[in-house]
Design a binder for this molecule. Structure first.
Ligand code: FMN
Length: 354
């Protein structure tokens, strides 16, 4: 059998990908007020269209899902119109693009949002830590309000609307951000989910929100093959902690495997370095592995059959044409963390394309 590497064509859902290289979802904090992506993002994503698949920065499905400064949403016509210009630019260059839905849950600050709604979470448990706000500098993370049981379907409905909007905006699919300590992971994890209704307690209850949201997104997208999910088992980011992550994530992955999703995207992190080998056999569809990959480790992971796609984050910030550079064995430019979240073109659209 021919060797599979990063430059081999692949398939996600109903379309072929020109390679096995996925651009990771990355918040870049360049959006305009009111959650509208700026025109700079047209150039930024267009420059990266040589990826087999681009996953956008985290996009709030609703205003209540916003947490960080200068981040976008996809709940209204102005936002949809701005995203349409971006997907058009990527498609014009032969790229494919999924929108990542990121509802922060408890991880946010009021001054970064254009709504007066309180932060919501499975339980009223405040996250330790601070975040940047343009108005007030560094601030403690806000205190969330626990969602009432009857409100949970309303949150799911926000993902439904966002999915319809994303399809209208020309996205090839949508990804549920269920990693990094945000709302879906807050339902999965025992320190943030202290509910006593059928969304809390035993693992079958804690996975319910994620499963219901994926079902709703699949219906709204017209097919589960247009819906992916990102998880980061045991990643402690944003003060999240689960008593038994292996049980939680094996149960979740077994539950969603038969759905026919576009892919399972797994970000590996320190406490569970072997997580790909554990989860890969449990999921029937395409498996996308991320977290600290290089060209060499990416090729090796694909060739061993441990994953179908490799997700690159930081390297795509400073190497917009990363797949072209891999193909030419060209030198890579080091990422610049100082401009990851700074406003404007510097460090965003000014890295050279070969
Ligand atoms: C600047 C920056 C912003 C990020 N924002 C997001 C995000 O919005 N959504 C998300 O799922 N992950 C986010 N991540 C995590 C990446 O998607 C990826 O999982 C991580 O960077 C590991 O891949 P890497 O080692 O190739 O960078 C971000 C990472 C970086 C560096």
């Amino acid at each position: 059998m021919a060797e599979i590497n990063l430059l081999s064509p692949g398939r996600i859902g109903d379309f072929d990908t020109k390679n096995r290289i996925v651009m990771a979802p990355m918040t870049r904090s360049r959006a305009l007020p009111q959650g509208v992506p700026s025109d700079l993002a047209i150039e930024y994503y267009g420059q990266r269209a040589s990826a087999g698949l681009i996953i956008t920065e985290g996009i709030a499905p609703s205003a209540g899902g916003l947490g960080y400064a200068r981040t976008p949403a996809i709940e209204n016509a102005a936002q949809v119109a701005a995203w349409k210009k971006i997907t058009d630019a990527v498609h014009a260059k032969g790229g494919r693009m999924f929108a990542q839905f990121m509802h922060v849950g408890r991880v946010g600050h009021a001054s970064n949002r254009y709504t007066d709604e309180a932060l919501v979470a499975p339980s009223a448990v405040r996250a330790a830590g601070q975040m940047w706000t343009d108005a007030l500098g560094m601030q403690d993370l806000g205190m969330p309000r626990a969602l009432e049981t009857h409100e949970i379907p309303l949150v799911t409905e926000q993902y439904t609307t966002a999915t319809r909007n994303a399809i209208a905006a020309g996205f090839d699919g949508v990804e549920l951000h269920s990693a990094s300590g945000y709302l879906p992971m807050q339902f999965l994890s025992s320190n943030t989910n202290q509910r006593t209704d059928h969304y809390g307690g035993p693992v079958q209850n804690r996975i319910r929100f994620v499963v219901e949201v994926l079902e709703a997104m699949s219906q709204a997208a017209g097919s589960p093959s247009k819906v992916g999910i990102k998880i980061s088992p045991a990643m402690p980011f944003n003060d999240i902690d689960d008593a038994n992550p292996l049980e939680t994530y094996t149960t979740l992955v077994k539950a969603i495997s038969p759905m026919g999703l576009a892919y399972l995207h797994v970000l590996r992190s320190a406490p569970l370095p072997d997580i790909f080998a554990i989860l890969r056999p449990l999921f029937k569809g395409p498996f996308a592995a991320g977290g600290g990959f290089t060209r060499e480790s990416g090729d090796a992971t694909l060739n061993s059959g441990e994953a179908d796609f490799i997700v690159f984050g930081k390297l795509f910030t400073s190497n917009p044409d990363l797949p072209v550079r891999f193909a030419q064995s060209a030198a890579l430019v080091a990422p610049d963390p100082n401009t990851f979240y700074s406003p404007g073109a510097k460090g965003y659209t000014d890295f050279a394309v070969l």
